[in-house]
Design a protein around this ligand. Structure first.
Ligand SMILES: *[C@@H]1O[C@H](CO)[C@@H](O)[C@H](O)[C@H]1NC(C)=O
Ligand SMILES: *[C@@H]1O[C@H](CO)[C@@H](O)[C@H](O)[C@H]1NC(C)=O
Ligand SMILES: *[C@@H]1O[C@H](CO)[C@@H](O)[C@H](O)[C@H]1NC(C)=O
Ligand SMILES: *[C@@H]1O[C@H](CO)[C@@H](O)[C@H](O)[C@H]1NC(C)=O
Ligand SMILES: *[C@@H]1O[C@H](CO)[C@@H](O)[C@H](O)[C@H]1NC(C)=O
Ligand SMILES: *[C@@H]1O[C@H](CO)[C@@H](O)[C@H](O)[C@H]1NC(C)=O
Ligand SMILES: *[C@@H]1O[C@H](CO)[C@@H](O)[C@H](O)[C@H]1NC(C)=O
Length: 698
């Protein structure tokens, strides 16, 4: 259809209509010949198409908004008045064509037609010019997002393009404006971001001609959170020498750096927060502090833990009890020092309220209930509890011991020992008669008070004295009286060897006797050993003569060489320096008894009687002597008695002794008086088994 054809037809139609409906009101009408909302891509040609009716050749004005851009009278030969001829062109129908439409021609367009007499008609169009969306970038404000801040913004920008619609996605879920998000023009605002907002954000931009999606990974920085501090292996306490690791961990992004410090010193610095401690010492116990740092946000957090490194005190607790000077109080003492921490000590049996660390004493008044009461000290230590016990008791019965020596000045020293077993140790006080003995020139009391030494040149000066020792502790006393005696022998025995050439002489001394030595005396023929020297003739001596001198500790001696066919007599003289005591009983060895003194006297008395009487008497005496000799020979080694004697005398190697004051079992003074070495010195070494003893004594 040509422009003139169309025009002519429409004018004709308009006139025809007006004529046909005569009397009807004839009106100018303009309407869109296509869509009124037009979308076009920039650079294309686009037409806002209209058609009109009601009048021929109306005047046309196109407005963009309120501004006229084209005016023309249709059919007129005057060219249209066009704002921009390069872009805009008006058709004969009044339609507006955009050539190579630029972006900025988007707008509301209105066509207005007028014809004089027929009024005015108009139609509105909207034109949207788009561009392909290209080179879109997403950016974030601020650069780093921290949890707890107010908000952050994602914003897109592009090199070119007109966006008809934007859509935001978080991990492929569409985001709508809510309390957490605000979708705004060209941007997305995330309110009060938290770590859960970390993830992939996508924006989808569309227009009718193109669409673009752009992603961005957003990380919300956070932490350090509340750290977890722990020691592994987990234990309430560690013993020195243990090995362990301290862990310090906290959530955060980026992973916080943990730093352990102890006593003001930094020990380790690692992302793992591990502090290895091997062979820990008690000095390493205490407060460990972990500091966590988020490098990006510079957020810091600190937390501390206590590491207990303990050490048991060495050894075991030691319990003891003492008396408090000058009182009747007992001091119970418990000690278990050292260790970390110190052990807590208490005597629950004595007091529920007091206790002490390491070293603890408790003073209580002595009473009978404490006598023989075992008191426990409870030693509380976190590594290992322990305990000890102590029993206090009054002094026990005891036997005083007397020992005599001679000192370098030549004085006799008599030491009396009163040792009573007691807990706490008994203090001994000494008395002579009724007066207290104190240390001086004559008396010396040992520092522990258990021994009194009496010194004098003359034994007689203190022989008659009676001494008393009193052993005392807060729980009781024990007292003993010691009556010293002069040198004396309480018992003696003689043991020959098998062939009768050697004898062993043994003797005992009363426990309180003061003896410094012994003289061994013999009467009878010379010993063969002496005879060999040729100094003495045989069988001449009828008096006792000293053949050996023994020290005060001796209790036996060996004598040899004897002639088994001869008779010897022995005795022991106890001595205190020059003072001699009573001799021991006489020990005889040898064949039959000779004529006794009384027998000789009888013979002398019978001289005046008849020869017959004398003869008879002589015969009788001979008979007697003969019988006696036989009897003696028979009983010389009486086996049964010898056995009996062995049984009774063998314990005598540690000789039995006297008993003072009401003890239940016979005490062994020699045990108290002699050291084992002293006793063993004099034991007969070669007495053959079985030892025999001469039955007959003089
Ligand atoms: C076009 O008109 C509509 C209402 O009819 C309005 O909403 C829109 O903003 C206008 N566009 C321009 C570019 O002026
Ligand atoms: C835009 O994107 C294209 C490819 O999509 C690229 O070749 C071009 O360099 C980009 N331009 C700019 C300014 O980034
Ligand atoms: C974002 O993270 C994903 C994995 O979650 C990864 O595949 C992608 O490459 C990342 N994109 C960018 C731009 O870093
Ligand atoms: C701590 O000890 C563990 C093994 O017990 C070891 O794997 C780790 O590397 C150690 N760490 C340090 C900091 O020495
Ligand atoms: C200490 O307490 C215990 C009970 O806890 C009680 O049996 C004991 O008699 C108390 N001992 C003393 C000395 O108070
Ligand atoms: C008291 O302690 C001793 C060790 O000193 C121990 O042998 C004894 O068994 C303890 N007594 C009691 C009753 O526990
Ligand atoms: C020993 O005592 C006697 C008398 O008892 C006396 O004659 C003698 O002088 C005294 N000896 C000494 C050393 O005192």
């Amino acid at each position: 259809m040509t422009w003139s054809d169309g025009f002519g037809r429409s004018v004709f139609l308009g006139i025809l209509l007006c004529l046909t409906f005569q009397g009807a009101h004839c009106q100018l009408v303009v309407s869109a010949a296509g869509p009124t909302r037009v979308k076009a891509i920039a650079g294309s040609d686009v037409t806002l198409a209209v058609s009109f009716s009601g009048a021929p050749d109306p005047a046309v004005t196109w407005f963009r908004g309120i501004l006229p851009v084209v005016t023309w009278t249709i059919g007129s030969s005057t060219p249209p008045d066009i704002a921009n001829r390069e872009v805009l062109r008006i058709e004969r129908t009044g339609s507006l064509t955009f050539v190579n439409v630029p972006l900025n021609y988007t707008g509301n367009y209105t066509i207005e037609m007028t014809k004089s007499g027929l009024g005015k008609a108009e139609t509105k169009f909207s034109l949207e010019v788009f561009e392909n969306i290209r080179n879109v970038t997403l950016s974030m404000q601020p650069e780093f997002v921290r949890e707890g801040t107010d908000q952050f913004t994602l914003q897109y920008s592009m090199l070119q393009g007109v966006v008809e619609q934007q859509m935001w996605f978080f991990s492929d879920r569409e985001i709508k404006t809510s309390s957490h998000y605000s979708v705004e023009e060209r941007r997305l605002v995330i309110l009060r971001p938290n770590r859960d907002d970390t993830g992939r954000y996508t924006v989808l931009l569309t227009n009718p001609f193109s669409h673009v999606t752009v992603h961005m990974n957003v990380t919300v920085l956070y932490g350090p959170d509340e750290p977890i501090l722990e020691a592994r292996p987990a234990q309430p306490l560690y013993v020195s020498g243990d090995s362990l690791s301290l862990f310090c961990q906290a959530e955060g992004f980026p992973q916080p750096i943990a730093e352990w410090a102890f006593g003001g010193q930094t020990l380790s610095d690692s992302r793992e927060g591990v502090l290895n401690l091997t062979n820990v010492q008690t000095s390493q116990g205490g407060v460990y502090t972990c500091t966590l740092l988020n490098e990006k946000t510079e957020e810091k957090r600190q937390e501390s833990m206590i590491l207990n490194v303990y050490e048991k005190p060495s050894g075991s607790p030691i319990c003891s009890v003492q008396s408090v000077n000058g009182t009747t109080d007992l001091q119970y003492h418990c000690q278990w020092s050292g260790g970390t921490p110190q052990a807590q000590l208490s005597f629950p049996g004595l007091s529920n309220t007091s206790s002490g660390a390491g070293n603890f004493s408790l003073i209580v008044t002595a009473s009978d209930t404490l006598n023989w009461k075992t008191v426990f000290c409870m030693a509380d230590h976190p590594v290992e509890p322990n305990k000890c016990n102590v029993t206090a008791y009054s002094p026990m019965e005891f036997l005083p011991a007397v020992r005599t020596t001679v000192n370098s000045e030549g004085k006799i020293v008599v030491a009396i020992h009163c040792l009573s077993e007691a807990s706490p140790e008994a203090v001994v006080s000494w008395f002579k008669g009724s007066g207290a003995v104190t240390s001086g020139t004559a008396y010396q009391i040992s520092s522990d008070t258990t021994q009194l030494e009496i010194r004098d040149y003359n034994v007689s000066n203190f022989l008659l004295q009676s001494y008393t020792c009193t052993c005392r502790n807060p729980l009781g006393t024990q007292e003993r009286e010691i009556q010293l005696r002069g040198p004396s022998i309480s018992d003696s025995s003689l043991f020959p060897n098998q062939d009768g050439t050697v004898i062993t002489l043994t003797w005992e001394v009363p426990p309180t006797s003061v003896v410094t030595g012994f003289d061994i005396q013999m009467k009878g023929p010379d010993l063969l050993s002496e005879n060999r020297n040729g100094t003495q003739t045989r069988g001449t001596s009828n008096k006792y003569r000293t053949i050996q001198k023994k020290p005060g500790s001796a209790r036996s001696t060996d004598i040899f060489v004897l002639d088994p066919d001869l008779t010897y007599r022995f005795r022991v003289i106890p001595k205190a320096l020059m003072t001699e005591g009573e001799p021991s009983e006489v020990q005889r060895i040898g064949p039959g008894e000779g004529l006794s003194g009384p027998a000789i006297a009888g013979i002398a008395a019978g001289i005046p009687c008849s020869l017959l009487f004398l003869f008879l008497l002589g015969g009788l005496i001979y008979l007697c002597v003969y019988c006696n000799k036989n009897k003696s020979r028979q009983t010389r080694y009486p086996v049964s008695r010898a056995v009996e004697k062995v049984i009774t005398t063998q314990p005598d190697t540690t000789p039995h002794n006297l008993l003072t004051g009401g003890l239940k079992s016979p005490p062994d003074y020699n045990r108290l008086q002699q050291t084992p070495s002293e006793r063993s010195v004099a034991l007969p070494t070669f007495v053959p088994p079985p030892p025999a003893r001469v039955a007959t004594t003089v």
